[in-house]
Design a binder for this molecule. Structure first.
Ligand code: PBG
Length: 432
């Protein structure tokens, strides 16, 4: 007896099993009891999301209709009395007034390959799975989770409780990678951002707790001074307003080592200082953290799309902007210079940020590096989709999934997105 089971999505059992949740969002969903090939194969939905195809024991199911055994059927076919073909489906009527035309002499009709869900599924080039997603989470010292006004659906999570709960939910749907962003109390901010490498600071504490609870969770950290800087800049600000490069890199190395010591798997410099990847690599190696990876924000643009994030962390620059270190949105070639530098300096993953408005840059990096490419769908992109969805101007879920798929199509291996959990739920076939 043939028995084949197609796992469409895991039952929502949590933990590691959630990692295999890979139902494609445009996938087919056979209806209960569907008969395949009229040959005694039936599909049964054995639970919410598990589909089982089984060949029936005797193969007699379809023959019952004719009342003939297999032998009688075969004999009839050999004698030339085979069963009649079913009637041809009649041509569907066109509306009155449709012009009668000769068919165009087209060799290629690309629509042929789009004519049914099954064909479309066969030819789909790009897939999105929960394993491609990294979930950015905001944390704070408080006990409560506090909503972020400019990012509906996002919270500053209490590191002791809310954080653990959110991570557990994400893992249930196959998202096992997170990146942490701390909201630091003003009293701990300083011009040199030294709280960034306090080994008992919020981020190292949260990492240790998470690793204790979920040892296989992949934890990314942000390496930059802005949440810790009383100036709200990613680096140390000199009296004349210049953001100091090499001195900042020195601080970033200490920050990265403190995060590694707490158990971070991947440290992610988002500061855009020159030479920081090489310096951080050397600092990590010197402390025997050879296995800690570096995801470099390679092409990070000075973007208005970061607005909601800065509200979330209360990290707006106290003066000026970030244009002397983040890239000019008008520039494309310059991203190659950063790519070459980060590769040479030992980055493990290259990131482009923001995401959707910079698809060309994602493709540029994809085509010019063999390293994994990450794209960051940033706070402003998230909030635009949310806001338009709330106002019913767009279908939020459709646009969310499409935006993520487009980032994959442009060449992103992984996507940092505040939609990670919502999208993974959708991929796992959860109803809204
Ligand atoms: C700063 C940092 C920023 C973001 C991630 N890391 C903001 C900034 O550069 O001002 C923005 C992410 C988002 O908008 O979602 N190191």
């Amino acid at each position: 007896m043939a028995f084949m089971s197609i796992s469409v999505a895991p039952s929502n059992a949590g933990g590691a099993s959630g990692l295999h949740c890979v139902r494609n969002y445009t996938g087919l969903r056979p209806s209960t009891g569907l008969r395949l090939f009229n040959a005694g194969i039936s599909i049964k939905r054995s639970s919410r999301s598990l589909v089982v195809i089984r060949a029936s024991d005797t193969g007699e199911v379809s023959l019952k209709k004719t009342g003939l055994s297999i032998e009688e059927c075969e004999a009839a076919v050999v004698a030339g009395n085979g069963p009649e073909a079913p009637p041809a489906t009649p041509k569907a009527a066109a509306p009155a007034g449709t012009p009668l035309v000769q068919s165009l002499p087209l060799k290629r009709r690309p629509r042929r390959n789009r004519k049914s869900p099954a064909l479309r599924a066969s030819f789909q080039e790009t897939y999105l799975t929960p394993a491609n997603l990294v979930y950015p989470l905001f944390i704070h010292e408080g006990e409560e989770d506090t909503p972020i006004g400019a990012m509906p659906g996002c919270y500053r999570l209490g590191w002791r409780h809310g954080l653990l709960e959110e991570v557990s939910k994400a893992r249930d749907f196959g998202v096992n990678s997170i990146v942490l962003f701390p909201k630091v109390p003003d009293a701990l901010k300083s011009p040199i951002g030294d709280e960034a490498y306090n080994e008992n600071g919020l981020v190292p504490r949260a990492i240790r707790l998470l690793k204790h609870k979920y040892p296989d969770l992949v934890i990314y950290t942000d390496v930059a001074l802005d949440p810790y800087s009383s100036d709200g800049h990613d680096g140390i600000v000199r009296e004349d307003g210049v953001i100091m490069n090499d001195e900042t890199v020195h601080q970033l190395c200490k920050q990265a080592v403190a995060q590694a010591r707490a158990g971070a798997d991947v440290v992610s410099p988002s500061d855009m200082m020159d030479g920081r990847v090489r310096a951080i690599r050397a600092a990590l190696d010197a402390e025997r953290f050879e296995d800690v990876s570096i995801m470099s924000y390679t092409a990070k643009y000075a973007s208005g799309f970061y607005g909601p994030f800065r509200e979330a962390l209360d990290s707006n620059p106290r003066f000026g902007d970030k244009k002397t270190y983040q890239m000019n949105p008008a520039n494309y070639r310059e991203a190659l210079i950063e790519t070459q530098a980060d590769e040479a300096e030992g980055a493990d993953i290259l990131l482009v940020k923001p995401g959707l408005p910079y698809l060309d840059v994602v493709r540029l990096l994809r085509d010019n590096s063999s390293l994994p490419i990450a794209a960051y769908q940033v706070s402003g992109e998230y909030s635009m989709i949310k806001a338009a969805g709330v106002l019913k101007m767009i279908d939020e879920e459709k646009v969310m999934m499409e935006s993520l798929m487009c980032l994959r199509r442009a060449g992103a291996d992984m996507i940092l997105t505040y939609f990670a959990l919502q999208a993974a739920r959708c991929l796992c076939g959860e109803k809204r």
